[in-house]
Structure formats: C-alpha cells, structure tokens
Design a protein around this ligand. Structure first.
Ligand code: ZID
Length: 231
C-alpha cells in the first residue's frame, strides 16, 4: 500500500482533512503534520469523538491517521526556530517540529523511503486582510515564507524519502495571476511564488529524484483559514 503525508491538517474543516480522507478511502496509509498551536485541541477533539461524523467512510468505518506529527513549516530545522518558540508551552514538549525534524522522524518510524504522496495544504498570511499597499515587510515575508518557501523546503527534505514516481501536490489560488481584492498581506505574492516554484521544483526534483510536483488552484471553501477573509 501507499503512504501519504498531508501537511496542514488541524481540524476537519479544510482541504487537508478532505484530501487525507480521500487518500485513506482509496487505500493509503495517511500521516498528517499539524501546526503545534493547534495540535492539542485537534488531538482532544479526535479522542473525544467530536470528529467521528466527518471521519466516517461510505462503508461506515472511520478514518484513522497512521500518525499525527507536530509540524511548524516556518522552520526548516529546530535550530532555526527562535528560543521563544522552542520554549513556548505549546512547542517545548514536542521534540523536533521542523520540516527536517519531521523527515528524520518519518525515517525512524518507517524506514528510508516511506512516502509515496506528500500534500502541502498550509498557508498563513498574518496581514491577509490588508491590501498589498498597506502590508508590512514582516507580514509579507511571513506569508511568503510559510505559504511558499515551506513547499521548497518540503520538497528538499521529503523528496529523498519518496519512492520513485512519488508525487507532491500543493494548493494555490488564482489571486496569483489576477487581481482579487481581499486576498492581501502578500498572500497573492505567496501563491505566485508557489506556482512558479512548482514548475522549477518539478524540473529539478523530477530529474534528481524522479518525483512529480504539482499544484491545484482551489475554489472557495469555508475552512478555518478562509473564514479569516470572509469566505
Ligand atoms: P485550513 O485552515 O484547513 O488549512 C491551513 C492549515 O495551515 C491549518 O491547519 C493551519 O494550522 C496550517 N498552518 C498555518 N501555519 C502553519 C505553519 N507555520 N506550519 C504548519 N502548518 C501551518 O485551510 P484551507 O483548507 O483553506 O487551506 C489549505 C490550502 O488551501 C492553503 O494552501 C490555502 O491557501 C489553499 N486554498 C484555500 C482556499 C479556500 O477557499 N479555503 C482557496 C484557495 C486555496 C481560496 O483562498 N475564492 C476565494 C478564495 C479561495 C478560493 C476561491
């Protein structure tokens, strides 16, 4: 069977959860990466059965994640996380929550080439409600770092763990190529970077590792992230 990693699942309301469920229903084992500030509540809701309705497959059985890993995709290595993050109460008991840390954990849990599919379903734009003209440099760089560079880092760290013909996919949005007021804070810039990087990563990682890299331009869905911009 195949194994998928879906990065960016912290509740049952977004694209990541729905993709994880579809992959599992098609027979894959599915691990997820969850943002540390949301991890505790996600595990609690799962444990208490609050997500059982959305976990239910057509045959009545329930979606089970093979593993739920802490992942903060703003950090490529644990050392690159500032001390105030590493010492924060939501982070300090979690071990290595960086992208490289997750790659190391996957190898130690499942061996050298544990992955067939990696889904990048995460984004964050702290100033998404501000027009680009009013966006600070820090907000812009955070949006691009978490929402686009994270994909570069995930391909660099996870492609070596993938079986041949493995597949990466991310989620983008059309505001990368057309002006869509309301999608601010540098998020339009982040999606433009993500789409351009997808082409270059497909070229580079395709040759180096034999993997595919694609992105899907999603329609509107009232996830937790999207409700911040009134979807
Ligand atoms: P979601 O809240 O389920 O997923 C986002 C996840 O990212 C959450 O679990 C966060 O905890 C996680 N996250 C945030 N920061 C970090 C971090 N530093 N490290 C690790 N995880 C982190 O929301 P979702 O399902 O909307 O988002 C999933 C992907 O779909 C993102 O890349 C979105 O940009 C993308 N997407 C969503 C929509 C939408 O409507 N929900 C659209 C296009 C793309 C869109 O915005 N018309 C208007 C808007 C849109 C489409 C059409």
């Amino acid at each position: 069977g195949r194994r998928a990693l879906v990065a960016g699942v912290a509740d049952d309301g977004g694209f990541g959860f729905a993709i994880a469920k579809s992959l599992a229903e098609a027979g894959a084992k599915v691990c997820v990466g969850t943002w540390p500030p949301a991890l505790g509540i996600f595990q609690t809701l799962l444990r208490r059965g609050k997500m059982d309705a959305s976990r239910k497959f057509a045959d009545g059985s329930l979606l089970e994640f093979e593993k739920i890993y802490p992942l903060d995709a703003a950090f490529d290595t644990l050392e690159s996380a500032p001390a105030e993050v590493r010492e924060n109460k939501r982070y300090k008991e979690l071990g290595d929550f960086s992208i490289a840390g997750l790659a190391a954990q996957l190898k130690s849990d499942f061996g050298e080439q544990p992955l067939d599919i990696v889904v990048h379903s995460l984004a964050n734009g702290p100033e998404v409600k501000k027009p680009l003209l009013e966006t600070s440099r820090a907000g812009y760089l955070e949006a691009v770092g978490v929402s686009a560079y994270s994909m570069v880092s995930m391909v660099a760290n996870f492609a070596p763990l993938m079986k041949k013909d493995g597949s990466f996919v991310s989620l983008t949005y059309m505001a990368s190529e057309r002006v869509i007021p309301g999608y601010g804070g540098g998020m339009s810039s982040a999606k433009a970077a993500l789409e351009s990087d997808t082409r270059v990563l497909a070229y580079e990682a395709g040759r180096k590792y034999g993997v595919r890299v694609n992105t899907i331009s999603a329609g509107p869905w009232a996830s937790r992230a999207a409700s911040a911009i009134g979807i």
